[in-house]
Design a protein around this ligand. Sequence first.
Ligand SMILES: O=C(CO)[C@H](O)[C@H](O)COP(=O)(O)O
Length: 229
Amino acid sequence: MNQLDLKRMVAYRAAQLVPDGALIGLGSGSTAELFVQFLGERVRNEGLRVVGVPTSERTVAAAKAAGVELTTLEEHPELDMAFDGADEVDPDLNLVKGLGGALAREKIVAKASRVFVVLVDESKLVDILGSKSPVPVEVLQFGWTRTSRELESMGLQPVLRTRDGLPYVTDNGNYVLDLHVGPISNPSDLDLKLHLVTGVVETGLFIDIASLVMVGTQDGVIEMRRPQD
Ligand SMILES: O=C(CO)[C@H](O)[C@H](O)COP(=O)(O)O
């Protein structure tokens, strides 16, 4: 199976977990969009009743195409579950997210959910966060060079994300700086430090948020759960 097959397998399995009447967060990215499509199939074929809070304009379009009803966090501030992809997952279920640029809305929706389920193929598993992926940070457009310099002075290497030669703009109207930090010894500490930088809106470090990670592997879907405290 190639990477897309693995994403499809895990997205399908996750869509079967959604109970009737659930209020759910809908993540962003290719795996989350596959999940939305499979959820739509259940809505059409089984009459599943489900309402979703989307984390990006792309997911809004995917949900509408799939026939999944949408709502907002203003109407429903507490969700039963959220389903989303990730760029890296470590053994403690901490994540790097945001290569798709939806990190701020994704984190708000994940934290509004009683259960946050992460859907990945096995290539996303790492021993240490930062090993493969940069850490995306959403920053205000205003003064972004100043914000970038402050991050640089912390020994990080911010690179402005671009698309078609222009700065990439998030659904919130902000820029994204990708931090090429390498393996992160203390992701929680880095996340806190990044939040102290003026101009930083949100980081792609998701610490202690995931409850369950479903991993698509050549041997099927495996589940990694957070130990109950
Ligand atoms: O965080 C994200 C978007 O902001 C995505 O969930 C992450 O980039 C994974 O994407 P994909 O499922 O396409 O591999």
